[in-house]
Ligand binder design. Structure first.
Ligand code: SF4
Ligand code: SF4
Length: 90
C-alpha cells in the first residue's frame, strides 16, 4: 500500500479518487473548488438510455478528468454532500 509523509514525518495513506457517480451528483462544484490538483472537470450528464421526459437535458455533473494528477488527499469526498465519490488506495 502506498504511504506518504506529513511534514512532521508521520505516515498516512493516500486515498485516490477513482470515480464519481453521475447518477447522484448534482453538479454543485464543491469538490471541484477544493481540489488543488485539477483532477475533476464539469461535463454534461451522459445518457445511457432514453430521456423521454427530457428532465436530464443540459444537467452538469462532475467527472474525473485527470486521475493521474490526484494526490489522494480526500478533500473532494469530504466536500461532497451527495457521497458521490469513490476512492481507492494503491
Ligand atoms: S483526493 Fe484530493 S487531489 Fe484527489 S481529486 Fe480529491 S481533492 Fe483532488
Ligand atoms: S461535490 Fe458531489 S454533488 Fe457536488 S459536484 Fe462534486 S460530486 Fe457532484
Amino acid at each position: 500500500m502506498a504511504t506518504a509523509l506529513t511534514r512532521g514525518g508521520q505516515e498516512w495513506v493516500p486515498s485516490y479518487l477513482q470515480s464519481i457517480d453521475y447518477e447522484v451528483c448534482i453538479g454543485c462544484g464543491r469538490c471541484y473548488k477544493v481540489c488543488g490538483q485539477g483532477v475533476m472537470a464539469p461535463i454534461e450528464k451522459p445518457f445511457e438510455g432514453d430521456d423521454d421526459d427530457e428532465d436530464d437535458m443540459g444537467n452538469t455533473v462532475m467527472s474525473v478528468a485527470s486521475p493521474d494528477a490526484c494526490i489522494g488527499c480526500g478533500a473532494c469526498a469530504r466536500a461532497c454532500v451527495k457521497n458521490a465519490h469513490t476512492h481507492v488506495t494503491c
